[in-house]
Write a protein that binds this ligand. Structure first.
Ligand code: GUN
Length: 293
């Protein structure tokens, strides 16, 4: 029997709808959540992500303070803009789209964002708080994966979650979140140094692919009945498309769906959840200022 497809598009739509309702209530109290999205350069994938974020902000009724900067922007110029946004009380969240051009130190930029406005959850203070289970902005993609599992009533307690990929944005934070008491999974992280990845993935009740390479997970690597979450977003050439490409994940969807019990598609799986959780974090950031008053 073929796996049940997890409809990330629909679950994200419901999440945005909830955020929109709460945003409307907050606006009645005189606060309109505002997110500053900074894009440096014109990386096509980044332009597409940022456009998606801007669209979602409008849809949930939030203010959008988009800043698009040329590729030639210096690190100092970018840090100055972040400093101004840190001090701007009308701005609740700041997001700098990654990757940045090579001449800009990403770590320095992330460190410059005030932790109170770090809706990406990338600042070391946010990461540290997440690690020890204190309140913090959770990174959007890992948080989105947790919401997908919860919404589909997929048990995580006592399950073995195997994550392939150890990025700071997805693999590592997801491992922490799944190992925390609330999810209570046993977690294995596989990476480029792992010998015989399939021997681990075959043990997974929940298998998460976050590598950035098509067909990394094939049917022979999946335990029958497993839940497979595909975080990969890869552009592959496709002449039949107007854009000249199509999106595929890290999982060989067609074969793996015959083995798994649940699977996320690409597109319309994890991707829309990232933006929905960003809206959630921006709302949180605005609500936090209410508490300060
Ligand atoms: N680039 C890829 N994913 C992300 C994300 O979640 N946030 C930011 N800022 N950049 C990204």
């Amino acid at each position: 029997m073929s796996a049940q497809i997890i409809d990330g598009f629909e679950i994200a739509r419901q999440e945005r709808e909830r955020v929109a309702r709460e945003t409307a209530l907050l606006k009645e109290k005189g606060i309109t959540p505002c997110l500053a999205v900074i894009l440096v350069g014109e990386n096509p994938a980044s332009v597409s992500y940022v456009t998606g974020k801007e669209k979602a902000l409008a849809e949930v009724g939030m203010k959008d303070k988009s800043i698009r900067l040329p590729e030639s922007t210096t690190e100092q110029e970018l840090l100055k803009i972040i400093d101004e946004l840190n001090n701007d009380k009308s701005v609740h969240g700041i997001l700098v789209q990654l990757p940045l051009p090579k001449h800009i130190d990403e770590e320095k930029v992330i460190m410059a964002i005030s932790p109170e406005k770090d809706v990406d959850g990338f600042h070391p203070v946010s990461v540290g708080n997440m690690m020890i289970g204190k309140k913090s902005y959770l990174p959007c993609t890992p948080h989105g994966v947790l919401v997908l599992l919860k919404t589909m009533n997929i048990e995580t307690n006592g399950k073995h979650a195997v994550i392939v990929g150890r990025s700071n944005i997805v693999g590592k934070p997801l491992a922490i979140l799944l190992a925390r008491k609330e999810a209570n999974s046993t977690v294995t992280i596989c990476h480029t140094g792992t010998k015989d990845i399939a021997s681990f993935t075959k043990q997974a009740d929940i298998l998460i692919a976050a590598v950035g390479r098509p067909n990394t997970i094939t049917a022979d690597m999946v335990k029958p009945g497993a839940t497979v979450i595909d975080v990969g977003v890869n552009r592959i050439p496709d002449d039949t498309k107007k854009s000249g490409f199509r999106l595929v994940g890290d999982v060989d969807f067609d074969s793996v769906k015959e083995v798994a019990s649940f699977i996320t598609p690409v597109p319309r799986g994890v991707g829309p959840m990232t933006i929905a959780m960003l809206m959630h974090n921006t709302l949180e950031a605005a609500l936090n200022t209410l508490e300060e008053k």
